[in-house]
Design a protein around this ligand. Structure first.
Ligand SMILES: Cc1cc2nc3c(=O)[nH]c(=O)nc-3n(C[C@H](O)[C@H](O)[C@H](O)COP(=O)(O)OP(=O)(O)OC[C@H]3O[C@@H](n4cnc5c(N)ncnc54)[C@H](O)[C@@H]3O)c2cc1C
Length: 424
């Protein structure tokens, strides 16, 4: 058990963390070098699991989070009144560093809930909702998803049509959401609804939490081209939520959505994936395995990849430091996201060059066709969390100072098109 809160020093805290981790998790064999052909060759972007395998992953993830929460390491920098430990980010970093030395259950199912929805609840929910949900989320008693996109509203999110109508102390939600990652194992969702259709589109929106198990909620899986079904369509038919599930004021949902979206780009970040073994380690081992160390083109591609990943990583760190210092990250998040997808493109080209047909057809050889999952998953990342074009618009306007994009609703967009003026 962690030492007395009031007197916790960073040294004592770190010692407690190591004591807890040593008692409950296996240390990583950090010195063991990666050997080509040994261990798992899974590098997939999206998880491709059976229902049973997914249930096991979810249960293991929850068990670990509950264990560490109960030991005082679940929400280190969170406010005490909502279940946090009230310590500074320095303690949070110290724990993360200690935990990285141990093998613990994959925590990616909490990325949306804890990375995006929980900060929004903290910023915009009623005290009652904060008390009810935050501790439960950080202890993994409940998992949350993000219900923003609709068939007719993605980049132009403010066009959304799912409506919420007030009925006394409740709201009644009807409509459809789409691409909802993890809806099938979530207990609550953050949903943005239209509450006043007479107002301009950004103004008549309100944000709510919604119980994903409530009557009238129907979740249907969407199969992606990699084979799995990580996201869903979610249908709402007269789903009732109490008014205290509302996030922020009535018709002020756009600001609430922006809080979540800002955290989304931060959550996507500039990672490379690849599980426990870094992607650079894997591809360097692959080059050595195929005896391509002296191939000039391969060397050039590899060096280019390394440089681009390092630069993306530094940019990401800059944005994370800004957030940890309590500042609002700006276009850095868009740059990080663009760098991530550009680097994925470089990686895919590299894999196609080195592996050739082995990337396309399963020969059974270790570490070859497995990359196909990563390559097929990459286009999704060009869209998730804001598409490439939308990111470029943000950087163009906010970093380069270019004139504002002609929005879809802008009159000038149509004035300049001169639609129907040509005779043939
Ligand atoms: C892997 C993945 C996970 C996701 N998870 C979730 C989730 O959990 N919850 C959720 O709510 N949503 C989720 N989404 C949905 C995601 O937010 C939307 O797909 C995204 O916002 C784009 O919207 P859209 O698909 O409607 O495309 P559209 O907005 O219709 O865009 C179509 C095309 O038009 C381009 N375009 C649009 N506007 C402009 C413009 N102004 N200038 C230039 N080009 C433009 C786009 O770049 C794109 O190429 C997920 C998506 C993916 C791929």
């Amino acid at each position: 058990m962690a030492s007395d809160l009031a007197n916790t020093t960073i040294e004592q805290f770190t010692a407690d963390a190591h004591k807890f981790l040593a008692a409950n998790a296996e240390p990583r064999e950090s010195k063991k070098a990666f050997v080509w052909g040994e261990g798992s060759d899974n590098v997939s972007m999206f998880e491709e699991r059976s229902k049973q395998a997914e249930d096991e992953v979810v249960n293991r993830a929850k068990q670990w989070r509950q264990q560490k929460f109960d030991a005082g390491f679940g929400w280190i920098s969170g406010p005490e009144q909502y279940g946090g430990r009230g310590l500074s980010n320095e303690f949070e970093k110290a724990y993360s560093k200690a935990e990285a030395q141990y093998k613990v259950a994959n925590q990616s199912i909490f990325q949306i809930g804890l990375g995006m929805v929980a900060p929004t609840i903290l910023a915009h929910a009623s005290d009652f909702a904060r008390e009810k949900f935050l501790r439960a989320m950080w202890r993994a008693d409940i998992v949350a998803c993000q219900l923003f996109s609709e068939p007719g509203a993605g980049s132009d999110l403010a066009s959304l049509q799912t409506k919420a109508e007030r009925d006394g102390d409740e709201w009644v939600i009807t409509g459809q959401k789409v691409w909802t990652s993890g809806a099938h194992y979530s207990d609550i969702g953050e949903i943005i609804c239209r509450t006043d259709p007479s107002q301009p589109k950004h103004k008549g929106l309100t944000a709510f939490l919604v119980d994903m198990k409530a009557p009238g909620v129907e979740i249907r899986p969407l199969r992606q081209m990699t084979g799995g079904a990580s996201f869903n369509e979610v249908f709402f038919t007269e789903v009732r939520v109490p008014d205290w599930y509302r996030l922020g004021d009535e018709n002020a949902g756009w600001g609430v959505a922006l809080t979540t979206l800002m955290n989304e780009r931060a959550a996507i970040g500039a990672g490379m994936g690849g599980g426990e073994v870094s992607m650079m380690t894997r591809i360097t081992a692959m080059v050595n395995h195929y005896g391509l160390q002296n191939d000039a083109l391969v060397r050039d591609m590899l060096a280019n990849l390394y440089i681009n990943y390092r630069v993306a990583n530094f940019n990401n760190k800059r944005a994370m430091d800004k957030m940890k210092a309590g500042q609002t990250p700006g276009p850095e998040m868009s740059i990080s996201k663009m760098a991530l997808v550009n680097n994925q493109k470089l990686l895919n080209d590299f894999l196609a060059h080195v592996l050739g047909a082995k990337l396309q057809a399963d020969s059974g050889e270790w570490g070859t066709y497995a990359w196909n999952q990563l390559v097929l998953g990459a286009p999704g990342m060009r869209i998730a969390g804001g598409s490439d074009e939308v990111m470029r618009n943000i950087v163009g306007e906010r970093v380069l100072g270019l004139p504002k994009d002609v929005g879809i609703d802008s009159k000038s967009a149509f004035r300049d098109l001169k639609v129907g003026t040509q005779k043939d």
